[in-house]
Design a protein around this ligand. Structure first.
Ligand SMILES: Cc1cc2nc3c(=O)[nH]c(=O)nc-3n(C[C@H](O)[C@H](O)[C@H](O)COP(=O)(O)O)c2cc1C
Length: 271
């Protein structure tokens, strides 16, 4: 089987799971390609889901729902009969990270056939940092769950996560979050540790960061994925209002095992 996995990951948790799933699918004899969603939404790459037998979509839970960039991506899907699976990561198991109803509805609207859904609890990238041993145990549990997920996908076991009214109610928080992201976007700042290396500019999935007049400038399209803050090599980025919910330091996940490079074919490609 040829499998394409489109994923979004602000701080690496969802990418880690995407890589674990890729590894399992490759071990199971499939060729599996990972495609960051922002390469599609930034139009750096053409969206070609029809070339796969099966498509995966992965994202982090933001405010009990999916980040806005995932919806921008879903709006771009072609109307076609495409078999797909979903996976999401969250920092807590509460209500399975909220509802995926809106995501499912958009998939159905594009005629995509959802066959499997999975949910991974990973260390939270916001609010409070888990201790190192807790991070390790969450990651170990997630690896096992990724292996189970792969078995179910390959054996075509249908699994759709429960979607209760409580989950849907909590997911309404995404409206508040989306508004907050927009309003809070311009309150990102850099301090004098900034060396203008430009990594935040290059990495921002919504092109929200630029350099003007020798300074880093933040626009109004932040989705609060935290990628710039997480990866800043000099720890120069801060938020004027939200610093109290940011972790003191980003944590480092163990590296996912990546299938060895062979001939550069789809089975081993990671971007
Ligand atoms: C803006 C924002 C909102 C979040 N909302 C939730 C949430 O509602 N529930 C939850 O369990 N975790 C929440 N988290 C934690 C992330 O879902 C979790 O750490 C995820 O694994 C991060 O994935 P990533 O590293 O791929 O971006 C949130 C994180 C951010 C940055």
């Amino acid at each position: 089987m040829k499998i394409g996995i489109y994923y979004f990951s602000g701080t690496g948790n969802t990418r880690f799971i995407a890589q674990e799933i890729q590894l399992g699918l490759s071990d199971g004899g499939s060729v599996c390609e990972l495609i960051p969603i922002e390469t599609i939404t930034k139009r750096e790459r053409t969206l070609e889901p029809e070339k796969y037998d099966l498509v995966g979509i992965g994202f982090p839970v933001h405010a009990f729902d999916a980040p806005r960039i995932v919806y921008d991506f879903l709006e771009m899907l072609p109307i076609a009969h495409i078999r797909c699976f979903l996976f999401k990561t969250a920092g807590d198991k509460f209500l399975n990270g909220g509802s995926t109803r809106r995501v499912r509805m958009l998939l159905a609207h594009h005629n995509w056939k959802l066959e499997h859904e999975s949910f991974f609890v990973m260390p939270s990238n916001i609010a409070s940092k888990a201790k190192t041993d807790k991070i390790e145990s969450l990651v170990e549990a997630a690896k096992i769950h990724a292996a189970e997920t792969v078995c179910e996908i390959l054996s075509e076991t249908k699994r759709i996560l429960p979607d209760s009214s409580a989950q849907r109610m909590f997911s309404l928080m995404h409206h508040v979050e989306n508004r907050g992201c927009k309003q809070g976007s311009r309150y990102w700042r850099t301090n004098d540790k900034c060396v203008l290396c430009g990594s935040c500019v290059a990495e921002c999935p919504t092109k929200n960061i630029s350099i003007a007049k020798g300074k880093i400038v933040f626009g109004d399209s932040c989705i609060l994925c935290l990628r710039c803050w997480w990866n800043c090599p000099t720890r120069a980025i801060y938020h004027q209002q939200l610093n109290f919910v940011l972790l003191k330091q980003p944590y480092v996940l163990p590296k996912a095992k990546i299938p060895p490079k062979t001939d550069g074919s789809m089975g081993v490609k990671v971007e």
